[in-house]
Design a binder for this molecule. Structure first.
Ligand code: CMC
Length: 419
């Protein structure tokens, strides 16, 4: 919906930039013709203020701390829905009827077996290979088996990825721990089967529910780093497995999904050091230290991360169900309180984010720290696939940003002897 125009003038030339308004009244200046009209490109390191696409999937207001999937509040979905229903909602835009959800779940179960080659590839990887590297290898292996139409957003392709992903994540964890794989049990639901394949035993209802909730909370987050990577790779018509691998690689970094692993390692470090949180808060404020409090701050949220609020409650439920009195939780609470009252964090609007608490639950459930980010990937898979599907359906062009060149200008080649 273009409502008005902004005129940009440069060097005697001008460009009319239409304003596009979204359904939540976000406004964007469309600069598609700016370079042709005036020679100007835009420059925005880290895409801090660049809209790369129009999307109808997730709405996020970082100032107000709002997160909605397809218009539904994250708190409502976390309380009332379940992960596969949320996956359906993200993919197809509407909550399913009972018949649609049953059919969707049946398709996920029916397509969940992974080829034997995946196990062989995982076993061939060097011992101790990070689970995110293993997950990338397992995912790309599927592209050697399922080659039909996998660069097209067909239902078959999409279901195939979603169905197999929990099986891959569980296998990666078992392989990382040097344990035998547990067979895929198609009689179990999505989350129960994942937990059964990861631990080789049935999880309690409290743990299954907490896991389901965590997956819902991670399911999508509009144009974050890994999702942008998925869309970017997919925009070249690379197949769905290659596109998802782009997302896994981007998610691995500690500034993004890898923060859940980094948070727990940091809490352990503080615990080992005697538990004095004030020392670590002071370090985080000291720029020369290069130290950051992991699990704090967010590119978009300048308010409490709504996901963190929900996870905090789940953390209490899981720890009390398992009768765990975790010192790390006490340290986490102290850090949270220190940060919420310290002017360094208050002025910069650095609140606890989704990764701050998730690691404590994963740890309590029994996941090794190094696999935490694969669990984020398991939650994010419906988001990645939905965004990939949307990009395909919108026939978006290949992603290819511009740059401002700052290197040497043209100069003659000098022979090696004269350098
Ligand atoms: N500890 C201490 N200072 C911080 C932190 C932190 N965790 N995060 C940001 N700052 C400071 C930063 O030094 C800067 O200060 P100044 O204005 O004085 O230079 C200011 O806050 C703004 O930070 P920024 O790095 O410019 O902000 P950004 O939007 O580029 O980065 C972030 C966002 C998430 C990468 C960053 O806050 C961070 O590194 N947090 C720790 C890692 C983390 O928890 N990541 C998970 C994010 S949530 C999961 C997901 O969706 O990815």
């Amino acid at each position: 919906m273009a409502e008005e125009k902004i005129i940009i003038s440069y060097n005697g030339k001008s460009s009319e930039c239409p304003v596009t308004i979204g359904t939540e009244n976000e406004a964007a200046m469309d600069i598609a013709n700016l370079r042709d009209d005036t020679g100007l490109v835009t420059l925005d390191f880290g895409y801090k203020n660049t809209g790369a696409t129009k999307s109808a999937i997730t709405f996020l207001d970082g100032e107000l701390g709002i997160l909605r999937y397809r218009g539904y509040e994250i708190a409502d979905l976390a309380e009332k829905s379940n992960f596969t229903e949320v996956a359906y909602l993200l993919l197809y835009g509407e909550l399913p009827t009972k018949i649609q959800l049953d059919e969707f779940n049946s398709k996920l179960q029916a397509n969940s077996d992974v080829p034997a080659e995946v196990a062989a590839i995982l076993k061939a990887m060097p011992k101790g290979t990070h689970p995110m590297a293993q997950l990338t290898a397992a995912t790309i292996t599927l592209s050697g088996v399922y080659t039909k139409d996998v660069s097209k957003a067909t239902d078959e392709t999409i279901i195939n990825v979603l169905a197999k992903f929990p099986v891959l994540v569980a296998m990666v964890m078992r392989n990382y721990e040097g344990l035998d794989f547990i067979p895929n049990d198609k009689s179990l639901d999505y989350v129960s089967n994942f937990l059964n394949m990861a631990f080789g035993k049935k999880a309690s209802p409290v743990i299954t529910e907490a896991m389901d909730k965590l997956l819902i909370l991670h399911a999508d987050h509009e144009q974050n780093c890994s999702t942008s990577a998925v869309r970017m790779v997919g925009s070249s018509n690379a197949n769905i497995y290659a596109s998802i691998c782009g997302g896994i690689a981007a998610l691995w970094g500690p500034l993004h999904g890898g923060a859940n692993q980094a948070v727990l390692e940091q809490l352990e470090q503080i615990e080992k050091d005697g538990g004095d949180t004030s020392k670590f808060v002071a370090m985080a404020k000291d720029k020369a230290s290069g130290f950051r409090l992991m699990g704090f701050g967010h590119r978009v949220y300048k308010n409490f991360d709504p996901r963190a609020k929900i996870i905090k409650k789940s953390t209490d439920d899981v720890l009390s169900d398992l009768n765990i009195n975790d010192k790390k939780l006490k340290i986490a609470m102290e850090l949270e309180q220190a940060a919420l009252h310290d002017s360094y964090f208050v002025d910069r609007k650095l609140y606890p984010n989704v990764d701050f608490y998730s690691g404590i639950i994963y740890n309590a459930i029994g996941f090794p720290t190094d696999v935490f980010t694969t669990l984020f990937a398991l939650g994010r898979i419906p988001g990645w696939v939905s965004q990939w599907k949307e990009m395909k359906e919108n026939k978006e062009p290949i992603g290819r940003p511009r740059q401002i060149y700052t290197g040497a200008t043209v100069r003659p080649y000098s022979e090696i002897g004269s350098r």
